[in-house]
Ligand binder design. Structure first.
Ligand code: GTR
Length: 424
């Protein structure tokens, strides 16, 4: 063997070792700024002893490399990513995790059902809307509420909020402060905002397929194993609300964020993968099937989530119960699919069910893709301390003290991040 050849062989070997180690499970140092409180670990373990909350018991894992194509070759540049690898990953997530959306042609119209012209002392116009989707002679409608700040000669960014709790009507939104969707604060910060309820699109109930938009598109036929499930249907609805925002003169729909908490956070991430018009995805405490890495199996697992919520993921996802290492993807690749656009991920200190470290590491593990696309992102494997938001380039993260929830403090830090993205 001649020397240059040997040298090339050795450096290729070293490069592959680096690639493997870069994606292998990181060691959690003893002096990490954030560690789960041992009392919380003990309490949750007592409540649900069949699940793991202990960092020391997370299995060693190697994440699939988002920059290695299905033929084993490395993604060479941004074009290669955009033209080949991104499509491969979308196909894997559609077929193995979230299911495929229908391709049935439809028309959509937006009916105004109510309006308040002087919401928040004249700060905004609020409207109740109905999105009416028509296929042939059949229609399906879901309501949403939209607020637009009254600003002259200035387009504003927008936030689409996925509501998986109680529907907040136009009237309630203007008269009662709800930290889950704090409309007044959002509008005061200069954003338009719209919100819809998940169950109005596809009931969040495994027995009610017949009443939702998935059944509407399938004309009542049962869904094939790889068809979309509720998370994807809710994300699709977020895109339809964005369609409406695009029609408003005062909104700059190229500066739109999609926001959700928990199951809504899972939805927000996948919505931004499917619809590249979203400039920002904000996943709040989304956990398993959202931001958290499936391979860590800390807190909620693939087996548990697919058993209790079979209507959220396509059937294939359940096949990875207890065998997460065989998943051809992991959730850091959801982050990669959103790159080079912006992502904000949050956790809550007591919410170990959603695996805060797994949520953070999935954002970090997408950094090679951000780098390839020329955008800065969080790459430090060490988590920030509690209540210390970290923002790098197009990514942001915070772990808030307290429980599983989306509240005023989360919104405040998220909007600080969004300001750095949309108001430059
Ligand atoms: C839980 C579920 C989580 C999360 C949460 C929520 O029961 O296990 O995955 O989605 O619900 O949406 O509040």
């Amino acid at each position: 063997m001649n020397e240059p050849f040997l040298f090339k062989l050795c450096s290729q070997f070293i490069c592959s070792l680096i690639a493997i180690f870069a994606l292998a499970s990181p060691q959690v140092r003893a002096d990490e700024p954030w560690q789960a409180n041992p009392d919380t670990v003990a309490r949750l373990t007592k409540q649900r002893s069949e699940f793991n909350y202990d960092e020391a018991k997370v299995p060693a894992y190697t994440l699939p490399d988002p920059l290695v194509k299905s033929d084993g070759s490395k993604v060479t540049d941004a074009d290669d990513w955009n033209q080949t690898r991104r499509a491969e990953l979308m196909e894997l997530f559609r077929s193995q995790v979230y299911g495929r959306r229908p391709t049935t042609p439809y028309t959509i119209r937006f009916d105004k059902t109510a309006e308040i012209d002087d919401a928040f002392d004249g700060l905004a116009v609020g409207r109740s809307m109905s999105a009416v989707i028509t296929v042939g002679s059949r229609s399906y409608a879901f309501p949403f509420v939209v607020f637009v700040p009254k600003k002259e000669n200035q387009k504003v960014p927008a936030i689409v909020h996925i509501n998986n709790r109680n529907f907040i009507s136009l009237k309630t939104a203007t008269t009662e402060h709800d930290p889950f969707w704090p409309v007044k604060s959002i509008v005061e910060r200069g954003y338009a905002t719209a919100s819809f309820h998940t169950s109005d699109v596809d009931p969040d109930d495994k027995t009610r397929y017949a009443d939702g938009v998935r059944s509407f598109f399938a004309d009542g036929k049962p869904p094939p194993d790889d068809a979309w499930r509720s998370l994807s249907a809710w994300g699709w609805a977020a895109s339809r609300v964005l369609d409406h925002l695009e029609t408003l003169d005062v909104v700059d729909a190229t500066q739109a964020a999609v926001v959700g908490h928990s199951r809504g956070g899972k939805t927000a991430l996948w919505a931004a993968c499917e619809d590249t018009r979203f400039a920002i995805a904000y996943s709040n405490n989304s956990g398993c099937g959202g931001a958290a890495l499936s391979r860590r199996a800390l807190g909620e697992t693939v087996g548990r989530i697919t058993e209790v919520f079979p209507h959220w993921f396509c059937k294939n996802f359940a096949d990875y119960t207890g065998r997460e290492k065989h998943l051809p993807v992991d959730q850091h690749e959801v982050m990669a699919l959103i790159a080079p656009r912006s992502i904000y991920v949050t956790s809550a200190d007591e919410d170990l069910w959603a695996d805060p470290r797994g949520e953070y590491l999935s954002l970090v593990s997408a950094s090679p893709v951000f780098r390839l696309l020329g955008i800065d992102s969080i790459a430090d494997e060490s988590m920030p301390a509690v209540n210390q938001p970290r923002v790098v380039g197009h990514t942001g993260y915070h772990i808030r003290s307290g429980a599983h929830n989306l509240g005023e403090q989360d919104w405040k830090w998220f909007l600080n991040f969004a300001d750095t993205i949309v108001k430059q």
